[in-house]
Design a protein around this ligand. Structure first.
Ligand SMILES: *[C@@H]1O[C@H](CO)[C@@H](O)[C@H](O)[C@H]1NC(C)=O
Ligand SMILES: *[C@@H]1O[C@H](CO)[C@@H](O)[C@H](O)[C@H]1NC(C)=O
Ligand SMILES: *[C@@H]1O[C@H](CO)[C@@H](O)[C@H](O)[C@H]1NC(C)=O
Ligand SMILES: *[C@@H]1O[C@H](CO)[C@@H](O)[C@H](O)[C@H]1NC(C)=O
Ligand SMILES: *[C@@H]1O[C@H](CO)[C@@H](O)[C@H](O)[C@H]1NC(C)=O
Length: 540
């Protein structure tokens, strides 16, 4: 039974891949900005202004190295822009406006779907002075739009350096420097910053207002350096949420660690936590009493957007860390919380592979369905004989064929002997499980039943699949549940091929309304309500 679950995973993900690659195929326009006049424009803002409003095509603006002394703004009507510098050391956008936490920002983003790479955004107000003139708002960047990501960028300023306002934002390998509340706002963001540099400082001022708000700042694998003492955060709003995870603190953290600020007396409402951090600044003995200890579940939730930081290569000729798939799996610590990609170089891996329950967050990635094969020939037991056995949650496989010389399964075709294709075990109306086969091809030698009811609410749907002439005319079997067919949901919708003739099917096969059908065939409604598939895909 184990292998059947699989078909379902594959078909659903396959479907999503199609969409993703389509999106990638879009042609991007590119514009060059060069201060000496060798490009299309000399300033960044001119390049942005040249893009038509409401464009839906990605546009890359390349910035040749230089210090662009200008304020830059991307208005709401200009989504799909990529700003690309050579590196954050050589490509800088800077200005020195101050006094207003919004208006003064050197860079302002209001458009969705934005990406920046290799650029430092700086607010020069008061920078590099020993005696601060007057600490006031002087943001380097303000981000008020959904889906913005920053890779290898820098954000430098004194106060409110990075205004991370509304939307979902991802920062990877960025450098963020400031002194006062230098990352603030209501954003829902994940920072995987290389380093955070500071003067005397509050590193964060997070503004979550209600328990149910999903925003918060998570700092993962960050390094906090500079000259202290620095507070990890102070609560800008009542339910502020800031977590440092597996980060390294130099000896510059104020012993108390956190400051309740506007929220004195209601400290319990904030979530401030340090988890698995290292370095001289992590001594917790003098920390505020109200710092939270997160349960592993809470942590998992917060860190669920964490990207992959680990890859293991398996290669049969010895060019990787391991030569078998199972060795690679065995090398991952139990109860790990970090996504791990196991990259399988081309080859036929002749082994049985098992991922035990304690090893979640594994991605098995091959080179291609025809070149990476895991194969074994065991038979006789529906559980034990399986070539591949998965017991851990949060798993993903891509571009691999799992093969049993007796029963052959892959994304495109289901080959069978005399067989029941499915035996689904839903036991009540309330369970959300079931098997959905979408765009599958069923081949082999029949006769085969599409399913038999292992439990009384068994649910199996074939959608737009192709059946060779091997399907038993009745199609389905009530099995243990003869007489109770009413509660079984078996359906075929828009299937083709010689096996799809329904004239002799059991009378109790369900006819699903289009509304009922949607529930099954849209991954979003059926199993991907919280977008975990896209979350996973992003990492590969
Ligand atoms: C993008 O468009 C340009 C010019 O129209 C063309 O030369 C190029 O091949 C296109 N690229 C893709 C990936 O379609
Ligand atoms: C932590 O700090 C306390 C006092 O501030 C000190 O007694 C203790 O040794 C420190 N622990 C470590 C591991 O440095
Ligand atoms: C992770 O990101 C997704 C979408 O980008 C969001 O829905 C989810 O709530 C985020 N999780 C956390 C803990 O921030
Ligand atoms: C289905 O099976 C479950 C578990 O055996 C049982 O509790 C339930 O009453 C059954 N429902 C129907 C409609 O037979
Ligand atoms: C389906 O099968 C019935 C009898 O088994 C036959 O009469 C009918 O022509 C078939 N329909 C198609 C479209 O082949």
């Amino acid at each position: 039974m184990q292998f059947l679950t699989f078909i379902f995973y594959f078909t659903v993900t396959l479907f999503l891949f199609v969409n993703v690659s389509h999106a990638k195929g879009k042609n991007a326009t590119s514009i060059l900005v060069d201060q000496s006049g060798k490009g299309h424009f000399k300033t960044v803002q001119e390049a942005i202004d040249s893009i038509p409003s409401n464009n839906n095509k990605w546009t890359i603006i390349h910035l040749n190295p230089g210090t662009y002394k200008e304020k830059v703004q991307i208005p709401k009507e200009k989504p799909y822009i990529i700003l690309r510098g050579k590196s954050r050391d050589t490509t800088v956008i800077e200005y020195g406006d101050y006094g207003n936490s919004m208006e003064s920002s050197t860079f302002k983003l209001f458009a969705e779907n934005f990406m920046a790479r290799g650029i430092t955004f700086t607010n020069t107000y008061d920078l590099g002075k020993d005696e601060a003139k007057k600490v006031t708002w002087a943001p380097a960047a303000l981000i008020q739009a959904d889906k913005a990501s920053f890779f290898g960028c820098g954000f430098v300023g004194i106060q409110d350096t990075l205004a991370d306002l509304t939307g979902r934002h991802y920062f990877k390998n960025c450098y963020i420097e400031g002194s006062v509340d230098f990352i603030w706002g209501y954003g829902q963001s994940l920072y995987e910053a290389k380093s955070i540099g500071l003067g005397k400082a509050y590193i964060t001022a997070q503004g979550r207002e209600r328990e149910q708000d999903t925003n918060g700042f998570v700092f993962k694998n960050c390094r906090v350096t500079g000259s202290g003492p620095a507070y990890l955060g102070r609560a800008y709003r009542s339910h502020a949420r800031v977590v440092f995870y597996q980060s390294t603190f130099d000896n510059i953290i104020a012993p108390e660690g956190w400051d309740a600020w506007h929220n004195k007396g209601k400290e319990g409402e904030s979530t401030f936590a340090e988890v698995d951090c290292q370095g001289p600044g992590t001594n917790m003995s003098k920390r505020v009493k109200w710092e939270k200890t997160l349960s592993s579940e809470e942590l998992e939730q917060l860190a669920q957007n964490e990207s992959l930081t680990k890859t293991i290569v398996v290669d049969q000729s010895g060019k990787g860390q391991f030569t078998t798939v199972q060795q690679a799996i065995d090398s991952i610590p139990s109860n790990n919380k970090q996504w791990t990609i196991i990259l399988l170089n081309a080859g036929v891996y002749k082994e049985k592979v098992m991922i035990v329950k304690e090893k979640p967050y594994i991605i098995l990635k091959g080179i291609g369905k025809s070149s990476t094969v895991i194969e074994w020939g065991d038979s006789g037991n529906s559980m034990e004989s399986s070539t591949f056995k998965l017991y851990a949650p949060n798993f993903m496989a891509r571009d691999i064929t799992f093969k049993n010389s007796v029963i052959h399964v892959n994304a495109k075709s289901v080959g069978l002997l005399n067989a029941y294709i499915t035996a689904q075990g839903r036991e009540s109306d309330k369970e959300t499980n079931g098997f959905v086969f979408k765009y599958c091809t069923v081949t082999g030698t029949g006769p085969a039943y599409l399913g038999r009811a292992y439990k009384n609410h068994s649910t199996v749907v074939f959608y737009r699949s192709t059946f060779d002439d091997i399907i038993a005319p009745e199609g389905w079997d009530a099995w243990y549940n003869a007489g109770k067919e009413e509660s079984i949901t078996y359906a075929e919708v828009d299937c083709y091929g010689p096996g799809a003739n329904k004239s002799k099917r059991v009378k109790w096969e369900k006819k699903l309304s289009s509304e009922e059908m949607k529930k099954f065939i849209y991954a979003k409604l059926f199993l991907n309500q919280d977008n975990w598939i896209e979350e996973q895909l992003k990492h590969v």
